[in-house]
Ligand binder design. Structure first.
Ligand code: ZN
Length: 263
């Protein structure tokens, strides 16, 4: 009987932590095996280089609804964002952490760390991890952005989040705002909890603003309509791309652009 109660208690705790996204565990990683991210190329960040990270991939499907995997939709969405930026903002260079289903590592912690290292090593000024959301009751809607609370990248991450949210909101998606989430079991040298999400946590370590863009909830028809086919995806991608371009142009002074209209 006592064993049964323990099992029920553990299940209840698991449900309580299931929070904003059902598949949140594969955005976190296992802290006990975590190694510090490393910069190998020491590339100077270029304001006009943006790294997009299509979430999940490989054995990690992400959320699965309407017969489709989150990992496939976000790869397509990331490709559309890049295509839009290439066409309308040729000065912005876009990198993707994965071009197909191949991920850096089959170890979750190593894989998430490698995605941030890839962005940093290639001189990106920002990293946006592209995801779709899902909720327990399948009734939540809108866009939200998870950001780091660490002071070195928090301010820039808020700016980036707001630029993205304004554009998706203008498309008709509810603006759920941005949020930070602390680890409940891991602390830095000063005893301050680190970021819960690996992308944000490693972004703070490597000093690159890294945010998780939960574009919409894919588990209800209302929001799924925004990713249901390639025409819808293109519209969502255009909105997110405009958010990225607006952020870059407002955040970095014009004279930092590598090329001007002069030449
Ligand atoms: Zn996801």
């Amino acid at each position: 009987m006592r064993k049964m109660l323990c099992v029920l208690l553990v299940l209840a705790l698991l449900c309580a932590f299931a929070g904003c996204e059902k598949e949140e565990d594969d955005r976190r990683d296992r802290r006990e095996t975590e190694e510090e991210p490393v910069v190998t190329k020491a590339a100077e960040p270029n304001p006009w280089v943006v790294c997009l990270d299509p979430g999940h991939g490989g054995k990690w499907t992400g959320a699965v609804y309407f017969g489709r995997n989150e990992k496939d939709i976000v790869l397509q969405l990331s490709n559309e964002i890049r295509a839009y930026l290439n066409e309308h903002y040729p000065d912005i260079k876009v990198l993707l952490t994965r071009e197909d289903d191949t991920v850096f590592s089959t170890d979750l912690g190593a894989d998430l760390r490698s995605r941030v290292e890839f962005a940093k090593n290639n001189g990106a000024s920002i990293l946006i991890s592209i995801h779709l959301n899902a909720s327990n009751e399948h009734n939540m809607r809108g866009t939200m952005v998870c950001i780091s609370k660490q002071p070195n990248i928090n301010g820039t991450s808020i700016e980036l989040a707001n630029a993205l949210l304004a554009k998706t909101e203008s498309l008709g998606l509810r603006n759920r705002g941005y949020e930070t989430r602390n680890s409940n079991d891991t602390f830095d040298d000063q005893g301050v909890p680190v970021d819960y999400y690996a992308i944000c946590r490693h972004g703070a370590s490597l000093d690159i603003p890294a945010v998780i863009l939960e574009s919409c909830f894919m588990d209800n028809e209302g929001d799924y309509a925004y990713v249901a086919d390639s025409a819808a995806l293109k519209k969502l991608a255009a909105a997110e791309a405009e958010g990225i371009a607006e952020f870059l142009m407002s955040h970095f002074p014009k004279d930092e652009a590598k090329e001007t209209e002069e030449d």
